[in-house]
Design a protein around this ligand. Structure first.
Ligand code: ADP
Ligand code: MG
Length: 370
């Protein structure tokens, strides 16, 4: 049974359309991440689900009940935002107890729920402190505690880790993912950070300019991006894009001539009408190897201008003709700083994007690992 269902959801501020016909089904217990650049409409969508923002059009259902006009307080939803919004004059214990007191829970009930929540988030030892006596990470754990203490059906998170330093962010990411496993509730999490999305989500919703660009598992989005936008947004370093044009269509794929020189047969759904048309070839930095394994591999010569040694992996940055490139190089084969290297990639690892940005379906993308 779907926990949250969006049907043709629209949002406008005055005459400005912010979200357009958003359709989405979120199953019970799923961890769903809304990801997209700043201004793409993630917070607005989340706030409409939470009841903090009016819905201009369409239907929002929670547990099969239309809740467009139901107050935030009556939606059984817990929310955590980037700024923690704890009551500064209350201790952690009082902060956690507050939502329960508002809901008229008994004293014994409050004590039990606060103790349980504190233990789950490992903040038992902080219960008598005030928020100002806590670190950023501890404060954010209390904010999460306050959202979960009432045992809501659905949790909403809006960039809850953005104010934390990198190390703490990684720790909290793991904690929230574990919390989701323990509680098994539906969680909807907003972030502009694709790494957070990839590491936490069961299902990622990519937003761009108020539209859903693609919905899928992290694996789907990485291996079968539906558009050049998604391909460029998911994955770090970013996918390389090379221009070329379609020379031929075959049952086994499309023949592409790259402006950089090589001609390759890319195993994608063939489409005769594209022959002669310009095309963009996408290759992930990780799909390059230092030399061709097969005669059919593409070879590209790169003028290296920067080498980034990260320990287990080395990335080389440079240009192929007029196009800037990033490629993973095994440590042993990496050039010291600058110079030329010849890299190869298998056509099976290439993505093709038409001029409208849509991808051609790959015939041999790796099977889902789940
Ligand atoms: P995101 O969370 O993805 O960064 P938002 O949902 O906050 O994006 O904003 C989406 C768009 O809606 C932005 O262009 C923003 O300027 C606009 N917007 C947000 N709130 C308001 C408002 N109260 N009035 C007018 N425009 C708004
Ligand atoms: Mg936002």
């Amino acid at each position: 049974m779907a926990d949250v269902r969006l049907e043709g959801i629209n949002k406008a501020y005055g005459t400005i359309q912010i979200l357009r016909n958003v359709d989405l089904i979120i199953e019970h217990g799923e961890f769903v991440v809304f990801v997209g650049p700043s201004g793409s409409g993630k917070s607005t969508l989340l706030r409409m689900i939470g009841g903090l923002e009016r819905i201009s059009g369409g239907r929002l259902l929670i547990d099969n009940e239309v809740v467009n006009d139901v107050d935030a307080a009556d939606r059984n939803i817990g929310m955590v935002f980037q700024s923690y919004a704890l009551y500064p004059h209350m201790t952690v214990r009082e902060n956690l107890a507050f939502p329960l007191r508002m809901a008229n829970v008994t004293k014994a009930g409050i004590e039990a729920r606060v103790a349980e929540t504190a233990s789950l988030l490992q903040i038992d030892h902080l219960l008598e402190r005030k928020p100002r006596q806590l670190s950023g990470g501890q404060r954010q754990r209390v904010a999460i505690g306050r959202a979960i203490v009432r045992e809501p059906k659905v949790f909403l998170f809006d960039e809850p880790l953005s104010n934390l330093d990198t190390e703490l962010r990684v720790q909290m990411r793991v904690q929230i993912a574990k919390l989701h496993k323990q509680l098994g509730n539906t969680m909807i999490y907003v972030t502009h950070d694709q790494v957070e999305a990839m590491t936490m989500a069961d299902k990622i919703v990519v937003l761009k300019d108020g539209n859903i660009e693609q919905v899928g598992s992290p694996h789907d989005l990485y291996h079968n991006p539906a558009s050049r936008f998604v391909a460029g947004f998911i994955g770090s370093p970013k996918m390389n894009f090379l221009s070329g044009h379609i020379e031929s269509a075959h049952a086994t794929g499309m023949g592409v001539k790259l402006d950089a020189g090589a001609t390759i047969l890319v195993p994608v759904q063939p489409n005769q009408s594209l022959v002669g048309k310009p095309i963009t070839v996408g290759i992930r930095p990780d799909d390059f190897s230092p030399s061709a394994a097969e005669k059919t591999d593409i070879g590209i010569e790169i003028d290296v201008d920067f080498v980034e040694h990260l320990g287990s992996v080395t990335y080389i940055y440079g240009n192929a003709g007029r196009e800037s490139m990033v490629a993973k190089a095994p440590n042993a084969a990496a050039p010291s700083r600058s110079g030329k290297v010849r890299l190869a990639a298998s056509p099976a690892d290439c993505h093709l994007f038409m001029m409208n940005g849509n991808a051609l379906r790959r015939l041999h993308a790796p099977a889902n690992w789940s």
